[in-house]
Design a protein around this ligand. Structure first.
Ligand code: PMP
Length: 357
């Protein structure tokens, strides 16, 4: 059985060299005489793995020294709760920009803890412009989703929020291109797209925003607990952390995030061009805010959806079914999706159109 091109939105394809290296090191890591999975998180071998992963992530993203980097569990969804608990007093106003399904989930959770203002809402095919944002200078923070994984919608700018900290759910776009971390108060991301396997959540938080959690915050959700314990207040997801470290090394070997961004732009542009130039596929998102990572598309005849998926799977093009809430197809083309995988998908789509369109 050969490896397929896996277009899953997450857990998603991992770089093959990373998997091969993990395979080589699986049973015995270095001279440790045991697998990374079997090591104490406080032993010197794992501590070295953990420190190198953080150093490499800092280098890749250019994370300034006044930011803490946390390697946690609970997924991005747990940060939907942690963000208001850490940053807003009960009832304090917070601003949320709402551009799609994941923004909505973040809003719903924040509403349980504080007073959420709508700083700008769209229908999932565009983002509000800076001028359209309705920001309250008194808000405790502004939250947004730079890349909506389900809608395939990505901000083409970083919102300017003045002195109000900007919080970003970067789950499906982190590491896909260089960003200016200093524009953010908090960045968080579930790992299972561009970082590594599921089970790990990365939180990057500016120092001055740590230590403000309200009193009833569960101890594991308080960023200060985790900052003070170097993400080891309790047992961290050690193997996922190690694999993330291998992904960071792979990215560094490829020349870092600007090289990756060039490849990502090329992959996305050719796939959108194939959709726009076709007679049977369409994508509703405004061209300037189309995601480089998640490319949803509809067939003009939805009765052909299942046939499309079956025939694609036979060509080794896997997991193209769109999210159940929007239907159609979705090709997630994260960093680890090789350009050849996108080329193979484009060829298949053209062939399918010739035969069935
Ligand atoms: N935010 C975004 C943008 C996502 O894409 C996802 C997962 N698809 C989540 C949050 C939820 O992440 P998790 O499953 O890690 O809680």
């Amino acid at each position: 059985m050969a490896r397929v091109y896996n277009f899953s939105a997450g857990p998603a394809v991992l770089p093959e060299p990373v998997l091969k290296r993990a395979q080589k090191e699986l049973v015995e890591y270095g001279n440790a005489g045991m697998s990374v999975m079997e090591m104490s998180h406080r032993g010197k071998d794992f501590m070295a793995i953990a420190e190198k992963a953080e150093a490499d992530l800092r280098e890749l993203m250019g994370i300034p020294s006044n930011y803490k980097v946390l390697f946690l569990q609970g997924g991005a969804s747990q940060q939907f709760s942690a963000v208001p608990l850490n940053l807003a007093a009960p009832g304090q106003k917070v601003d949320y920009i709402n551009t799609g399904s994941w923004s909505k989930k973040a809003v719903a959770e924040a509403k349980r803890y504080t007073s959420v203002r709508d700083a700008g809402t769209t229908d999932g095919t565009n983002v509000p412009t800076q001028a359209e944002l309705d920001l309250d200078p008194e808000a405790a923070y502004v939250h947004y989703t730079p890349n909506e994984t389900i809608q395939g919608l990505a901000f083409d700018y970083i919102p300017d929020t003045g002195d109000v900290p900007l919080v970003a759910d970067m789950s499906s776009t982190i590491l896909s291109q260089p960003i200016d971390v200093s524009r953010y108060g908090v960045i968080y991301a579930g790992a299972q797209k561009n970082i590594g396997p599921a089970g790990l959540t990365v939180v990057i938080v500016r120092e001055d925003l740590v230590g403000k959690a309200r009193e009833e915050t569960p101890v594991l959700l308080d960023w200060k607990t985790q900052v003070d314990a170097d993400s080891m207040y309790n047992t961290p997801p050690t193997y996922a952390w190690y694999l993330a470290g291998l992904v960071f090394e792979w990215l560094k070997d490829l020349g870092g995030l600007s090289g990756m961004a060039e490849i990502n732009r090329r992959k996305a542009e050719k796939l959108y061009a194939a959709i726009d130039d076709s007679g049977i596929y369409s994508n509703p998102v405004a061209p300037h805010v189309r995601s480089w990572m998640n490319v949803p598309f509809l067939l003009n005849n939805p009765d052909l959806d299942n046939l499309f998926l079956e025939e694609a799977a036979k060509q080794g093009l896997s997991t193209l079914k769109g999210h159940r809430s929007v239907g159609g197809m979705r090709a997630s083309i994260y960093n680890a999706m090789p350009e050849e995988g996108v080329d193979a998908l484009i060829d298949f789509m053209a062939d399918f159109e010739r035969r069935r369109g």
